[in-house]
Design a protein around this ligand. Structure first.
Ligand code: 5RP
Length: 235
């Protein structure tokens, strides 16, 4: 689930710092959410100033914003590589020395399937966050995108793994959230997640699961916007 804390100023600092890494002639993955939106806006400003870049959006939301700010877009199957992906996160494990250091929980905006596809394909994946996202260990429910026909059987398998699945309900529509891919989301509460890599593998192995929100060993760095600057964690 999305965190409610975090100032917009801190998100803005993180997003703009990541946008400054975008190089001329590059392909950039455009993540989803309020923090990444600042990065997309900053890339749009750079494009207006002459930067040559092509963006690959990870959601309807990031595509609309990128078009609005004038970033030329392309697709994953039209490029040889993605140089840099910039994306937000709902939780970032900030525990130097721990195996899970740098692991992420994503999917608060139900965009994690395309986000993981793009973030994993990038040469460098930078997470943009504010301090409210930093945790010692993961413990929030894990978003799991499922084929609609599979939601009950996947829920049963999640219970077998010790989780408590809840079909994500829409806010301004009767019934469930439907993802950009036409699927449903189960938010699966496993309590404290001691071994995110093992749980990630177990969830990926369930038939009917399109993607889950555990991003383990994917991020190269996290830029944390603070009250007066940006802290960089390299992994
Ligand atoms: C969407 C995501 C977002 O990156 C995540 O929810 C963070 O969003 P925000 O920057 O608005 O807090 O995973 O699926």
């Amino acid at each position: 689930m999305k965190t409610q804390g975090g100032s917009d100023a801190a998100k803005r600092r993180a997003g703009r710092r990541a946008a400054a890494d975008v190089e001329d002639g590059s392909v950039v993955g455009l993540g989803t959410g309020s923090t990444t939106a600042h990065a997309i806006e900053a890339v749009g400003e750079a494009v207006a100033d002459g930067l040559d870049v092509r963006g690959i959006p990870t959601s309807f939301q990031s595509r609309r914003l990128a078009l609005a700010v004038g970033i030329p877009l392309t697709d994953l199957d039209a490029v040889d590589r993605i140089d840099l992906a910039i994306d937000g996160a709902d939780r970032v494990v900030d525990a130097p020395g721990a195996d899970a250091h740098g692991a992420l929980l994503k999917g608060g905006g139900a965009a994690h399937a395309r986000e993981k596809l793009v973030d994993a394909a990038a040469d460098r994946f930078v997470v943009v966050a504010d301090p409210s996202k930093l945790v010692d260990a993961l413990g929030a429910p894990v978003p799991v995108e499922v084929l609609p026909a599979a939601h009950t059987v996947v829920a049963d398998r999640v219970r077998d793994l010790g989780g408590d699945p809840e079909l994500r309900a829409a806010d301004r529509k009767d019934g469930p959230v439907v993802t950009d891919n036409g699927n449903l989301v189960l938010d699966c509460d496993f309590g404290s997640i001691d071994d995110p890599a093992a749980l990630a593998a177990d969830l990926s192995a369930i038939p009917g699961v399109l993607e889950h929100g555990l991003f383990v060993d994917l991020a190269d760095a996290t830029y944390v916007g603070t009250d007066d600057g940006v802290e960089v964690r390299e992994y």
